[in-house]
Design a protein around this ligand. Sequence first.
Ligand code: NAD
Length: 261
Amino acid sequence: MSLHGKKALVTGSTSGIGLSVATALAEQGCDVMINGFGEAGAIKTLMQDLSSKNRVKVHYSPADLSTVAGVASLMSEAQAKLGGVDILVNNAGIQHTSPIEDFPPERWDAIIAINLSAVFHAVRLAVSGMKQSGWGRIINIASTHGLVASPFKSAYVAAKHGVLGLTKVTALELATSGVTCNAICPGWVRTPLVERQIEARAKERGLPLEQAAVELLAEKQPSQRFTQPSDIAALTVFLCTEAAANMTGTALPVDGAWTAQ
Ligand code: NAD
């Protein structure tokens, strides 16, 4: 199972799912580069923790992935500090909800840039190194919203459907290279990104927070429970093993039967 010595880059890993994925990969022996926003002291403590508990190297890049230059600087930092990228987890993402007619164009642009274009640019810049070494894993954290839609999430749904298309193309182009590319499609995972949606629902309907969370689940996720970030991390680790070497181009839902309906 061990991924000892592999070099992993996880975008958007200062919080939520990305943090769990970076932690799980460090636990498997990967040197890790984390990325994302947050308070400098908290990020330093996180790096020290990950590194000392797992005896791996941990680096941090503050690159803002909303621009092409930001993604390019992340990838060159990964090359310089990690010495390359064997495992790329494209996880950074943002959300905005609004009816289409009121959807702010700048929110559309930001969501497409971070949730979709950054994935393309990171993959674009990572594949030649992976092909050269004859081994690589690209894991895109998409969403059930890559498979089905919900109202008021035009940009997010468009971006996540795009990520699934990009995942398939990447897998086809790399099919004989030893590099796989897959997407994970979580349903509701209780992270800061979803907490904001629960808070908005509670405020809108005058409900206690936990009641709003129950309603949110009831509407979409038949299992009526949140997926844990560590569940997504465990699947990511599995996709990095040799058992998953012939799994590529897939979209794997972890959604309590949301998309079975
Ligand atoms: P989160 O808000 O907890 O974490 C998002 C991370 O992305 C943070 O580290 C943040 O700093 C980083 N980030 C945001 N903008 C960035 C930028 N411009 N440049 C670099 N980093 C940036 O969210 P999460 O719920 O953990 O979401 C992680 C991924 O999982 C996202 O792609 C999201 O769409 C996807 N996802 C989440 C859920 C869920 O229910 N939480 C469900 C399906 C898919």
